[in-house]
Design a binder for this molecule. Structure first.
Ligand code: COI
Length: 355
């Protein structure tokens, strides 16, 4: 990593850490935050000096554009600790690239690489005790940017706040994940903001996902908005389908998030001779595969969810179970990916970055 990690940051630390009050064995995802956060403001056309300060609420004007027009974007990343007490990041350059693509799409300013990388490294270094050892323990990293400029005129803000907050995390989902395939609601449309990690992409899913939850499904698998025939992605993850011995996942498009876990799994599969095709799978193909027994696995892939097997899906009120596999490619890829992330296997791709 060639970034300059020494960008000057003002640092104010807490007098006493709250770490001893945290039950690291029973963490609901994203509910506990570390002692400090990074804050960096954009005003008068430029980014100002970043600060690391105690994690605390802050005040912004009630007319701030984030509240009225949803100018808000975010990223999801993780830090991992080895048995030797080293802390590592996974492909942080990919998150910065995607954050800046999201920023452009939402008419927000891009974050300079040295602010992002220095802020990330210095904040995590300060909070390294919050990264626990052992596979499954991670520190979830949430960089985000909001429009803080005041005034309800419907135009981009001139003031923004970039922040990073950190949350110790285990798994996102507990228990099996069943999904409902969308046949009416849509997550994204061509020309829209589906490829951006914009807050509104997630809130727009809450209502249809709640309807799915009420029927006993944890997630919705979105289909293309025009025809609802092509399988695209799930609310919190990209999706892979294994039909016989080939993995299929939807190609990146204006409607699909360019997932870091997704592309890492594709690279791992290609390296190890697992057949993988980036092409749209039709809902009709999936149902046929489920009926004739060639559908072997469905799994989600994302930073928070890692690799999450999907045990069944429902389409037009009919449920199709995905049988458990003796030799699961999902679990094989998960093992390979997490071994790289925890430095238990050689990182031949150069994906890991030491803090
Ligand atoms: C992530 O996987 O990091 C995400 O951003 C998904 C989020 C909804 C938890």
């Amino acid at each position: 990593m060639s970034s300059n990690l020494t960008h000057e940051i003002d640092i104010v630390t807490v007098p006493v850490s709250k770490i001893d009050s945290v039950d690291f064995e029973n963490l609901a995802f994203g509910s506990v935050f570390t002692d400090h956060m990074l804050v960096c403001d954009f005003r008068e056309g430029q980014w100002h000096k970043p600060q690391i300060k105690p994690y605390e609420p802050f005040m912004i004007d009630p007319s701030a554009k984030v509240f009225h027009y949803g100018q808000a974007i975010f990223e999801g990343m993780k830090a991992y600790k080895t048995e030797q007490d080293e802390v590592w990041l996974f492909r942080p350059d990919q998150n910065l690239n995607r954050l800046n693509k999201s920023a452009v799409r939402m008419a927000m300013p891009e974050i300079p690489e040295d602010i992002f990388m220095s802020g990330l490294h210095q904040l995590i270094n300060l909070e390294r005790n919050w990264v626990k050892k052992g596979k499954g323990n991670t520190l979830y990293i949430r960089p985000f940017m909001i429009a803080i400029g005041s005034g309800v005129i419907a135009a981009p803000s001139t003031q923004y706040r970039f922040m990073i907050i950190l949350s110790p995390a285990k798994s996102y989902y507990s228990g099996e994940v069943k999904v409902l395939i969308a046949d009416h609601y849509s997550r994204a449309a061509n020309g829209g903001i589906g490829a951006a990690k914009a807050a509104g992409n997630y809130s727009a899913q809450f209502y249809p996902t709640k309807l799915a939850n009420d029927k006993g499904f944890q997630q919705v698998i979105w289909t293309d908005d025009a025809t609802h025939t092509k399988l695209e992605e799930a609310g919190t993850m990209n999706v892979f389908f294994r039909i016989n011995d080939t993995l299929y996942t939807a190609p990146i498009s204006e409607r699909i998030l360019d997932g870091v876990t997704r592309k890492s799994l594709i690279a791992l599969a290609q390296r190890d001779g697992i057949k993988v095709e980036e092409r749209s799978v039709l809902v009709s193909e999936l149902i046929e595969a489920a009926q004739n027994g060639s559908l072997k696995e469905i799994f989600g892939a994302g930073t928070a969810a890692v690799v999450n097997p999907i045990s069944g899906f429902s389409y037009e009120e009919k449920f199709y179970e995905v049988p458990k596999q003796e030799n699961s490619i999902a679990l094989e890829l998960k093992e390979k990916l997490t071994n790289i992330q925890y430095k238990l296997a050689e990182d031949t791709f150069g994906w890991t970055v030491k803090v």
